[in-house]
Write a protein that binds this ligand. Sequence first.
Ligand code: LCS
Length: 392
Amino acid sequence: MSKPWGFNTRILHAGEKPDPGTGAITIPIYQTSTFVFESAEQGQARFEGREEGYVYTRLGNPTTRAFELKMADLEGGEDAVAFSSGMAAISSVLMALVNAGDHVLTNAVLYGSTYDFFHGMISRYGVSVSHIDMTDPANVRAAITPRTKAIYVETPANPTMTLTDLRAVAAIGKEAGIPVIVDNTFASPVLQRPLALGCDVVVHSATKYIGGHGDVIAGVAIGSRELMGRVRAEFLRNLGGVLGPFEAWLLLRGIKTMALRVWRHTENATKVAEFLASHPMVEKVYYPGLLDFPQHELARRQMDGMGGMLSFEVKGGVEKGRRVMNAVRLCELAVSLGDTQTLIEHPASMTHAVVDPAERQRVGITDGLIRLSVGLEDPEDIIADLDQALRA
Ligand code: LCS
């Protein structure tokens, strides 16, 4: 038997074949809402799942399917379901796993809307949530109750870069029979593959490093055939957060350079983090690649590289931070991340404004924290821009 393809080969070839009709090397954008049946019997057979084939784009589409198959392959899962956004993927997977009366555990630091989904929304449907410090995996075991039905982890966490030991939490989940869901957005499958570490489901905001060009909003979930089948048949079908074929095509285009981009983002972020760490106006830098990052050893164990995201605090707090964000000329003042360009933003007033201020303080999302998504520019230019902004 021949050796299985490497990751870089699979990025290009998994899930895609030249179009059988025309030989087109890139998959066509099947921009259609519905698919014509050859007979009434065939229509019935497709609805009953007795015959493979497409029915209606909310339930499946060939361009979207190619993206799903590629993501399943790259994350090492049995199947994947694509969504119209990362939030659609996260909410659909969670709703597939819990019922009224159940309990969910999450790590303390989460992307703002994810926090709001757990804290403000899912509780209205009778599901209780505990946000706990997962930097010590023992806290996870201690917080499990007989009603706990899901353990949800974001690592590295947005925006503090706090890590969770995925192998340890996966083992605890396995022992208790509770699925572990990991938001792998910050690392991308280039740098971290949670399923290989024993976790059960991966979710992504594909808006970020997967698309990579700042031109699409999308999400994807990867996991067992059984769970993904349920997620598709109930939550994609009935809640309807479906990815459009054009967006799927943009993702398939973006993903071809994902490894090249993510490694360059990592190289640039390392240089920027080292620069910031030595800058007299900077109080603290949060980047897993720095030797003094408290979880640096864990980062080296579970990630192949440290990624393009970092955050930092300037001396002089919120006011000085605001001056820095208003003084940048190259870095773009914008939320989102993983784009080609460097993006700078203020979590407390932007991405994490929905998080209760006391909770933000408790988990380290301070008012003076600035988040940087380091782009693909020449690193010297990013550094020069930050330097002039810090001195302004
Ligand atoms: N998970 C993480 C870790 C995220 O950072 C985001 C979005 C989402 C999920 C949701 O994905 P979406 O629905 O937007 O595709 N994070 C954003 C951020 O930090 N700035 O703007 C969006």
